[in-house]
Design a protein around this ligand. Sequence first.
Ligand SMILES: C[S@@+](CC[C@H](N)C(=O)[O-])C[C@H]1O[C@@H](n2cnc3c(N)ncnc32)[C@H](O)[C@@H]1O
Length: 202
Amino acid sequence: MLNIIGLGPGNENYITKLGEKLIEQSEVLIGGKRNLETIKNFRGEKIEMASNLKEILEYINTNTHKQISVIASGDPFIYGVGRYLSKNIDNKNLNIVSGISSLQYIFSKIYVDMNDLYITSSHGKVPDFDYILSHKKVCMVTDSKIGPHEISNEIIKRGVKKIVVVGENLSYDNEQITIGSPEEILKIEKFDMNVVVILDEE
Ligand SMILES: C[S@@+](CC[C@H](N)C(=O)[O-])C[C@H]1O[C@@H](n2cnc3c(N)ncnc32)[C@H](O)[C@@H]1O
């Protein structure tokens, strides 16, 4: 059985008890660099996962005798590795353990419910901003190409009234949450790893 475990936004206090127990019982942990670093006292083997997904899949398929857990940030099924692995591994052999997504985390910090939320990502694609900005409540996981500045510019270009929330390094000691108009967001020079919430002005 392969575990795919969501670690939450980053701070180890957000890992579920079940996730923690399964990690402890694992012989091999596979995950991104940041996620592997979160699990400090692991005695087994750690394998770094980046763009080497095919190799990782091959490793998993040829080492079924080992207790392997793939760890993913947030929730594995929100723009995470859960999608690729669940499409390529017989689901009967998968145990997926949800985690608290960075998206859920930011909404708890800004006291806004997630009802009717439109979830999207800028990872590796050109987002359709006309469609995205037609929603009242959006949360976007971002990458280095399209982040708070680009999103703010797209809002200004369309003349729509929106409030932008940028959540950086969520759950870590250097967490920063900025709330402002697109114009105010553009004044900030640089953002670290972030999610962006876009809300209709009330
Ligand atoms: C591949 S996606 C994974 C999302 C993850 N599955 C989740 O549910 O949070 C990676 C993106 O998630 C966002 N992210 C993940 N953890 C974060 C954190 N602690 N603070 C801010 N953004 C975070 C960033 O936009 C980052 O580029």
